[in-house]
Design a binder for this molecule. Structure first.
Ligand code: SDX
Length: 428
């Protein structure tokens, strides 16, 4: 394999180094391109552009492979927990028993919001979207940690624990406020995901009855969303980290990027799509036709992926977990039946097959969250809770990289050529 790429341009030949990753993925390093040739690269949506070296997550889109720190997602889904995976992503290895206990205790010690933050919730309308509340409250929470601004790298472990723990508390409090319910404080004795469901659904006079199957299913959802290399929101977190902003500011920016319906907002859009199909008594073919018609501006939500040109391994796991949970809850869900029918129809439709459009992580996740009682407007918040460890791990990677530079892409200007100011009285 070549270790250099040759570029012929205007009668000259330039040599650019080829770099190779752990899994033999290769890239042409264009760091010196502009200095050598006066040209930049242009790559709409960065589909062909690597922004960094990273040791955190590996994806092979053609083979449908996803590994966190080298461990296959299938093994982690079967044997691990969300908090153990959070440690793995941030620290780079699985914790021993003492490390896992200490990490869990650190999360417990940092799960409460400053009491004054409660007043911020009063300022949101009851129908405020919880992603708007989440991004606002993450930055608001950072105001109570002024030491963050002194040196973002000091006490990183504590800041990471605060973020992972409090993102869950903020989410639950925003749900309670939206329903006019009293906020429920976390219980130190509860594990991470059980505590979240307790804060969401308990009442002052009666604790929510935790169903172990539901807790396990939601923990799996968080685990499967924990990281996914340089997706839109993680790339945003790294962009903000590259200016040396603090980890709360970087995570709040990640929440905003994740909100979009083409990204994390897709899980809410999928449920709304399935629900509309159900209400209209359609079999999904209307939606499939609309998604194939460019004029409609519609997409089949939960299908397609920039990297996976095969089945998203997370979608396979979540689909099985859907069947498993609904079976154990002795409940069916017509939307799951519609989703399965839709998947079968799409996977045999030439339009989708030619474009290698398969179900992604968002296609089935909402069915599980709905079965647990999570309201649809909170689905993307669940994605954010799950993705927090991945964002923190990427933030740390940028901050600890001695060669890290501020992200500052170039552009090709296509606006007006030179022109001069025209005084108001001389304008038409
Ligand atoms: C996530 O990056 C990540 O890792 C993200 C994520 C993570 O864990 O962080 O995996 C989470 O965001 C999953 C994706 C959730 N989004 C959706 O489900 C929304 C629906 N999907 C799409 O909008 C789309 O597939 C994207 C946004 C996911 C990917 O878009 P790309 O890579 O820019 O693909 P494209 O728009 O260039 O599409 C290529 C072709 C186009 O048709 P042609 O112009 O070639 O004729 O496929 C078509 C598109 O119109 N297409 C779809 C489609 N997705 C792509 N057509 C109908 N329905 C779809 N869902």
């Amino acid at each position: 394999m070549s270790t250099n790429a040759e570029l012929k341009l205007d009668g000259k030949t330039y040599s650019l180094p080829v770099v190779e990753g752990t899994e033999q993925e290769r890239a042409i390093d264009v760091t010196t391109l502009r200095n050598q040739t006066g040209h930049i690269t242009l790559d709409d949506g960065y589909a062909n552009t690597g922004s960094c070296y990273s040791k955190i997550t590996f994806i092979d889109g053609e083979r449908g492979i996803l590994r966190y720190r080298g461990i296959p997602i299938e093994e982690l889904a079967e044997k691990s927990t969300f908090i153990e995976v959070a440690y793995l992503l941030i620290q780079g290895r699985l914790p021993n028993r003492a490390e896992l206990r200490n990490f869990s205790e650190l999360l417990t010690r940092n799960q409460l919001l400053h009491e004054d933050l409660k007043f911020h919730f009063e300022g949101f309308p009851s129908n405020a979207h919880p992603m708007a509340i989440l991004s606002s409250m993450i930055n608001a929470a950072s105001c109570f940690y002024p030491e963050l601004l002194l040196d973002p790298k000091t006490q990183f472990e504590i800041e990471a624990a605060r973020l992972i723990s409090q993102v869950r508390t903020i989410a639950a409090f925003s749900y309670r406020k939206s329903r006019g319910l009293p906020i429920i404080y976390p219980k130190p004795a509860y594990k991470y995901t059980a505590n979240f469901l307790h804060m969401m659904f308990s009442d002052p006079y009666q604790d929510y009855e935790l169903n172990p199957e539901a807790v396990r299913a939601l923990d799996l959802i968080f685990l499967l969303h924990a990281d996914h290399e340089q997706n839109c929101s993680t790339a945003t977190v790294r962009m903000v980290a590259s200016s040396r902003a603090n980890v709360f500011a970087s995570a709040a920016a990640g929440v905003c990027a994740l909100w979009g319906p083409l990204h994390g907002g897709a899980n809410q859009a999928v449920l709304e799509m399935l629900d509309q199909i159900h209400r209209e008594g359609d079999d999904g073919s209307k939606f499939i036709q609309a998604a194939k018609d460019k004029q409609s501006g519609k997409r089949l939500m939960g299908f397609g992926h920039r990297v996976y040109k095969n089945y998203d391994p997370r979608a396979k796991i979540i689909k099985r977990a859907c069947d498993d949970l609904l079976g154990k809850l002795h409940r069916g869900d017509p939307l799951l039946d519609i989703a399965k029918h839709l998947e079968q129809a799409v996977l045999s439709d030439a339009y989708f097959v030619e474009r290698k459009l398969y179900p992604n992580v968002d296609f089935y996740s909402g069915i599980i969250m709905r079965a647990i009682g999570i309201p649809v407007e909170m689905f993307t918040v669940m994605f954010a809770i799950g993705r927090m460890p991945g964002w923190i791990a990427n933030y740390r990677e940028v901050m600890e990289d001695p060669h890290s530079r501020i992200y500052r892409p170039r552009q090709i200007y296509t606006g007006d050529g030179l022109r001069h100011y025209v005084p108001l009285e001389e304008r038409p």
